[in-house]
Structure formats: C-alpha cells, structure tokens
Ligand binder design. Structure first.
Ligand SMILES: O=P(O)(O)OC[C@H]1O[C@H](OP(=O)(O)OP(=O)(O)O)[C@H](O)[C@@H]1O
Ligand SMILES: O=C(O)c1cc(=O)[nH]c(=O)[nH]1
Ligand SMILES: [Mg+2]
Length: 194
C-alpha cells in the first residue's frame, strides 16, 4: 500500500478532518486524522493493518508480542498482530502512566513491536516504549499507521510508518489567525476525566 493509498483510506472514510483540534500533546491543529472513524469500517482497518504488518515483517522478525497504547491504537495493534500471527496486548494509563494490566505480562527480553495509530510529537509512542521496557521487553520497532511528523518525531526506536504526512501544530498561545477564536475539540483520551 502506498502513502497515497493509506491516506486515501482516511479521506474516503471521512476521517481526514478539518477544524480546530486540541491534540494529545496539548498542541492545536487544523487537521485531525480520526482513526476511530476509519475503524468504523473494519474492511478499511483490515487493509491498513495488513499493509502495516507486511511492512513490519519486512523489517523485523521473531516478534514475541505486539503491544499498543490505549485507546486509539488498540484496534490497529490487534489487527496488525493478527496479520503478524503474534499475540497482542495493550497498555492503559494508571494515574497517567501506561501499564500492562488485566493479567498481561511479558517475559524479560521479549521481542516486542509497539503499534501506534498516529504519531504527532511522538510523546505517546515514547511513553508506550518506556512502559514496555519497564515491563522487561526489548522494543524492536514502533509501527504506526500515519506519522504526521513525517519522520521528525524522536521516538527512540526504529519507526515503521505505513504513511507519512507533514501536518502543522501550534502552541495554544501562538494560534494562527484561522484558529484564533474558533471553538476547539479534543477527540483523544489523554487527560480526559468523567
Ligand atoms: O505523538 P503524540 O503527540 O503523542 O500524539 C499521538 C497520540 O495521540 C493520540 O492518542 P490520544 O492520547 O489522543 O488518545 P487516544 O489514543 O485515545 O486517541 C494517538 O492515538 C496517539 O497515541
Ligand atoms: O496528536 C494527536 O493527538 C492526534 C493527531 C491526529 O491526527 N490523530 C490522532 O488520533 N491524534
Ligand atoms: Mg493514542
């Protein structure tokens, strides 16, 4: 699958959204790749993850586990693991920090591929990698559907993106004219409380 075809899956699903978004990092953007809208259509998620699994298997072998950070990446990590024929687990935040819960554990030295959905600043990917290392895993690579930093984010592990796109983001006190004064939405789960 080409870069163009991967992004087309988002576009055709109506998931390449324009508006005013607060990202996981706290930065603001006029563009949001809404992976949850893409995964409303399991055939789209399957195509993306089959292609991501293929790219991962061309670069990494002997994978013991695929592990993804909640929430957004769970569906994509699971589906990618299914194509890689590897077991899948997910990390979730406990007091803000990613952990393996629910009886998930890995053996020391396990060969792990972390699968993210979207990489922006790379913060969530780094946090997920730190959690996997803390649990004893050896992180072989970070696979993702879309790296919207187009390779600029420092992840601390080899990155295998299905697609790359350069999307701008701004500090909240430095918004561009077209976002100033427009209401912002925060689609992701970081820092959300009920
Ligand atoms: O590279 P970053 O700057 O960390 O941004 C990307 C992260 O943001 C989103 O997660 P979010 O925390 O919004 O929650 P979600 O997984 O529930 O969507 C996305 O799923 C990535 O994990
Ligand atoms: O940075 C983010 O939080 C983010 C950006 C994006 O385009 N899609 C997403 O799911 N998260
Ligand atoms: Mg996430």
């Amino acid at each position: 699958m080409t870069n163009f075809d991967a992004l087309k899956e988002f576009e055709e699903a109506g998931a390449l959204m324009k508006g005013h978004f607060i990202l996981s990092s706290g930065l603001h953007s006029d563009t949001y790749l809404n992976k949850s809208i893409v995964s409303m259509y399991p055939d789209r998620a399957e195509r993306l993850c089959r292609a991501l699994a293929k790219k991962i298997s061309e670069n990494v072998n002997d994978i013991d586990y695929v592990i993804s950070p909640a929430m957004g990446a769970i569906i994509y990590g699971y589906e990618t693991a299914r194509h890689l024929k590897a077991p899948f687990m997910f990390l979730e935040r406990v007091d803000g920090e990613f952990q393996l819960r629910r009886g998930f554990s890995i053996e020391k030295g396990s060969r792990v591929v972390v699968v993210e959905d979207i990489v922006s600043t790379g913060l969530s990917a780094r946090e997920a990698i730190t959690a996997v290392k803390k649990a004893g895993g050896d992180v072989l690579a970070l696979g993702c559907l879309v790296d919207r930093s187009a390779g600029a984010a420092d992840i601390g592990a080899p990155v295998i993106p299905l697609a790359e796109i350069k999307v701008e983001a701004w500090e909240p006190d430095n918004l561009p004219a077209h976002l100033k004064g427009t209401p912002a939405v925060k689609p992701g789960s970081r820092g959300v409380s009920q």
